[in-house]
Design a binder for this molecule. Structure first.
Ligand SMILES: [Zn+2]
Length: 83
Protein backbone atom coordinates (compact mmCIF):
# COMPACT_ATOMS: atom_id res chain seq x y z
CA UNK A 1 0.00 0.00 0.00
CA UNK A 2 1.29 3.39 -0.96
CA UNK A 3 1.22 6.28 1.45
CA UNK A 4 0.37 9.69 0.06
CA UNK A 5 1.49 12.94 1.54
CA UNK A 6 -1.27 15.42 2.32
CA UNK A 7 0.20 18.29 0.37
CA UNK A 8 1.46 18.69 -3.14
CA UNK A 9 1.59 21.04 -6.05
CA UNK A 10 -1.76 21.52 -7.81
CA UNK A 11 -1.88 23.18 -11.22
CA UNK A 12 -4.94 24.94 -12.55
CA UNK A 13 -4.95 26.33 -16.07
CA UNK A 14 -7.84 28.25 -17.60
CA UNK A 15 -7.22 29.65 -21.08
CA UNK A 16 -9.83 31.39 -23.17
CA UNK A 17 -9.09 31.80 -26.89
CA UNK A 18 -11.55 33.69 -29.10
CA UNK A 19 -13.05 31.49 -31.80
CA UNK A 20 -11.61 33.55 -34.65
CA UNK A 21 -8.12 33.21 -33.19
CA UNK A 22 -8.57 29.52 -32.38
CA UNK A 23 -9.61 28.88 -35.98
CA UNK A 24 -6.19 30.10 -37.16
CA UNK A 25 -4.28 27.55 -35.07
CA UNK A 26 -3.17 24.60 -37.22
CA UNK A 27 -4.82 21.28 -36.36
CA UNK A 28 -1.42 19.71 -35.68
CA UNK A 29 -0.73 22.30 -32.97
CA UNK A 30 -4.13 21.71 -31.41
CA UNK A 31 -3.46 17.97 -31.30
CA UNK A 32 0.03 18.54 -29.89
CA UNK A 33 -1.46 20.64 -27.09
CA UNK A 34 -4.07 17.97 -26.35
CA UNK A 35 -1.39 15.30 -26.26
CA UNK A 36 0.78 17.40 -23.95
CA UNK A 37 -2.16 17.83 -21.55
CA UNK A 38 -2.80 14.10 -21.61
CA UNK A 39 0.87 13.43 -20.90
CA UNK A 40 0.74 15.75 -17.90
CA UNK A 41 -2.39 13.95 -16.70
CA UNK A 42 -0.47 10.69 -16.93
CA UNK A 43 2.03 12.02 -14.38
CA UNK A 44 -0.71 12.88 -11.96
CA UNK A 45 -2.69 10.24 -10.10
CA UNK A 46 -6.13 10.31 -8.61
CA UNK A 47 -6.09 9.69 -4.88
CA UNK A 48 -8.93 8.26 -2.82
CA UNK A 49 -10.69 7.07 -5.95
CA UNK A 50 -14.18 5.91 -5.09
CA UNK A 51 -13.89 6.95 -1.47
CA UNK A 52 -16.49 9.16 0.23
CA UNK A 53 -13.89 11.89 0.55
CA UNK A 54 -12.76 11.45 -3.03
CA UNK A 55 -10.69 14.37 -4.21
CA UNK A 56 -10.35 15.20 -7.87
CA UNK A 57 -6.64 15.38 -8.45
CA UNK A 58 -6.61 14.80 -12.18
CA UNK A 59 -8.86 17.00 -14.24
CA UNK A 60 -8.44 18.61 -17.64
CA UNK A 61 -11.46 19.81 -19.55
CA UNK A 62 -12.36 21.80 -22.63
CA UNK A 63 -15.56 23.54 -23.57
CA UNK A 64 -16.94 26.04 -26.03
CA UNK A 65 -17.58 29.02 -23.76
CA UNK A 66 -20.68 31.12 -24.32
CA UNK A 67 -20.26 32.84 -20.97
CA UNK A 68 -19.98 36.41 -22.26
CA UNK A 69 -22.50 36.20 -25.09
CA UNK A 70 -25.43 38.60 -24.61
CA UNK A 71 -28.56 36.64 -23.73
CA UNK A 72 -26.60 33.42 -23.37
CA UNK A 73 -28.53 30.52 -21.90
CA UNK A 74 -25.83 27.86 -22.44
CA UNK A 75 -24.00 27.08 -19.18
CA UNK A 76 -20.31 26.25 -19.46
CA UNK A 77 -20.75 22.76 -18.00
CA UNK A 78 -23.14 21.77 -20.81
CA UNK A 79 -20.38 21.87 -23.43
CA UNK A 80 -17.58 20.69 -21.14
CA UNK A 81 -15.69 17.56 -22.08
CA UNK A 82 -12.61 15.84 -20.70
CA UNK A 83 -9.29 16.16 -22.45
ZN1 LIG B 1 -17.35 28.79 -20.24
Amino acid sequence: MEVWSMSGPRFTLDCYIPSDVYATIPAAKKLAFRDAVRAIKAYARKINAGAANEEMTVKATYHICHHDEPGNTIPCNITEQDI
